[in-house]
Design a protein around this ligand. Structure first.
Ligand code: SF4
Ligand code: SF4
Length: 134
């Protein structure tokens, strides 16, 4: 009885251990990794990030002049941080605490087009490069 009374008084004056979600956002856990932020000015277009990304959330498309363009799908990203670790240019890829907003229908077909363009433009670029080498 004495112990119970002690615990009751202690709990009356202690802070709640729960958060008032969704009114108050939950604090991110320690070591939490979120969305990828890309800084093109630091990029050397080595495509290592694309190669290591498990779900294929990073794609490069090739322009006719061979220049590469970075694309990132926050809805595919699993926040593993592999691309950040693989990137040889510090600060080029960073992870912020934010997660992606819920996907809207038009985001998905747009990404399908980027994926197709990435594959086709890369194939074309490599074929032309091989032709030039002959
Ligand atoms: S954090 Fe992981 S899943 Fe997200 S883009 Fe980087 S490698 Fe891909
Ligand atoms: S790994 Fe880094 S430097 Fe290489 S293409 Fe990706 S973002 Fe650019």
């Amino acid at each position: 009885m004495k112990e119970m009374l002690k615990a009751t008084i202690k709990n009356l004056f202690s802070k709640p251990v729960t958060v008032k979600y969704p009114e108050e956002p939950s604090p991110p856990p320690i070591g939490y990794r979120g969305l990828i932020v890309y800084d093109e000015s630091l990029c050397i277009f080595c495509t290592k990030c694309e190669m290591v990304c498990p779900p294929g959330a990073i794609k490069f498309t090739y322009k006719d002049n061979g220049k590469k363009e970075f694309h990132y799908n926050p809805y595919l990203c699993i926040y593993c941080g592999e691309c950040v670790r693989a990137c040889p240019k510090p600060g080029c890829l960073t992870q912020v605490e934010n997660t992606a907003e819920p996907a809207v229908a038009q985001d998905i077909p747009e990404w399908n087009l980027i994926e197709r363009k990435a594959e086709e433009s890369k194939r074309k670029f490599l074929a032309e490069r091989a032709k030039r080498k002959k």
